[in-house]
Design a protein around this ligand. Structure first.
Ligand SMILES: *Cc1c(COP(=O)(O)O)cnc(C)c1O
Ligand code: SF4
Length: 373
């Protein structure tokens, strides 16, 4: 690894920034780090990173909000925050098992942007942009505007489909990041969905509370009170992401009656460790967020350096279940490659059966029997 000091390295340019600017999501977005020159001026990059930043631009854009960038430990090339948002050259190295559309979403779209795979619920992709880009993003084929596909947005067509399909009771807004839309645009979608009688459950998947907590303004939270029930799944992978700024944003959501969950991705060198997972889920509970899913990393192109063997994932789960608060334990899932949908891969505590009993093991691997009826 080349860790030579870049001659252009400058001190943190945000030290003297006006607090009001720093706390404004508009300022944060406007000042996001999006190219090699700005990034290299702020920190020393390894050669893998330097090449990564220069060579992945046509696949998934780089963007890092100043707020999130400041969480990076610049002295540590293994920093878990750094690995999530700074491209590495490994992203350009594709393996045979990898897929452009690893979850097979494109095949399940009756209307552009609307994925209807399960009987009673749909995934509604409302934008292709995010506040920052996760280098392992399962939708990198469409997000950030530079990849292989363009995400077609046909909101009216989607609303029409939803109005006609009375079996749909649950709509999940995703993207991209729906909270990147303006208050007005997002609220319009939410109210429109709420007005459809058979839709009883609306949820949003968003990493904005983590990448850009400043976006959760008091006014925005106030407006969300009118949408009920509303669940928001945030996306935190490491306890370092749960800062006081994040807490303030999440408190506003909770106080607006929003129910919070967390989805995280199991990532090599970021959170593939039971101690880190425990810290993460404990911190989430303290922030009133219920851990929902832990995802096995999808077979996205150039993701090998992030993927963790599934058995290791199960071992981590085994160190959580029973060893800590049940509320804190997420479900470990994998999206069946090519369109299988979510498959639960929690470790099994069911061992088998005898003529008269079922055999079970507890979290300490002690065996117990329960009689058949
Ligand atoms: C994940 C997902 C959902 C929601 O699944 P839940 O298990 O209900 O959270 C819905 N549609 C698609 C296509 C999905 O990938
Ligand atoms: S926030 Fe979500 S959609 Fe956006 S890059 Fe990250 S994983 Fe992908």
């Amino acid at each position: 690894m080349n860790t030579q000091v870049s001659p252009a390295l400058t001190a943190n340019p945000w030290v003297h920034i006006d607090e009001q600017d720093w706390n404004s999501h508009v300022w944060q977005l406007k000042n996001s780090i999006k190219d090699y020159k700005s990034l290299a001026a702020l920190m020393e990059l390894t050669s893998d990173e330097r090449q990564g930043v220069l060579e992945t631009g046509g696949k998934l854009a780089m963007a890092i909000t100043p707020y999130f960038f400041n969480l990076i430990d610049k002295e540590n090339i293994h920093c878990p925050i750094r690995k999530q948002v700074i491209p590495r050259i490994q992203e350009t190295q594709y393996s045979a098992e990898e897929l452009t559309d690893p979850c097979g979403e494109d095949g399940d779209m009756p209307v552009p942007g609307l994925v209807h795979r399960y009987p009673d619920r749909v995934l509604f992709l409302v934008t292709d942009r995010c506040a920052s880009y996760c280098r392992y993003c399962t939708r990198s084929r469409v997000v950030s505007g530079v990849g292989q596909q363009k995400l077609e947005l046909q909101w009216e067509q989607a609303f029409k489909y939803l109005e006609e399909h009375t079996e749909v009771r649950d709509v999940l807004l995703s993207g991209g990041d729906p909270l990147l839309l303006s208050d007005a645009k997002l609220l319009k979608i939410l109210h429109r969905l709420q007005d459809i009688e058979h839709i009883e459950f609306i949820r949003i998947g968003s990493r904005i509370p983590i990448f850009l907590p400043q976006r959760i303004t008091a006014e925005f939270a106030q407006e969300l009170k009118k949408i009920q029930p509303l669940f928001i799944s945030i996306h935190a992978n490491h306890p370092k992401e749960l800062t006081s700024e994040v807490k303030q944003g999440l408190d506003r959501l909770v106080e607006a009656g929003v129910v919070l969950g967390n989805q995280s991705v199991l990532l090599k060198g970021v959170n593939d460790d039971a101690t880190i997972q425990k810290e993460l889920i404990h911190s989430l509970l303290k922030f009133r967020v219920r851990p929902y899913y832990l995802y096995q990393c999808d077979l996205i192109e150039g993701s090998k350096h992030f993927r963790v063997d599934m058995l290791k994932g199960m071992d981590i789960m085994q160190e959580l279940r029973g060893h800590t608060t049940g509320y804190a334990v997420p479900n470990y899932v994998v999206d069946g490659p090519g369109g299988g949908g979510k498959i639960l891969i929690n470790p099994s505590y069911f061992l088998g059966e005898t003529d008269t009993h079922y055999q079970l093991k507890n979290y300490e691997n002690k065996v117990y029997e329960y009689p058949k009826i």
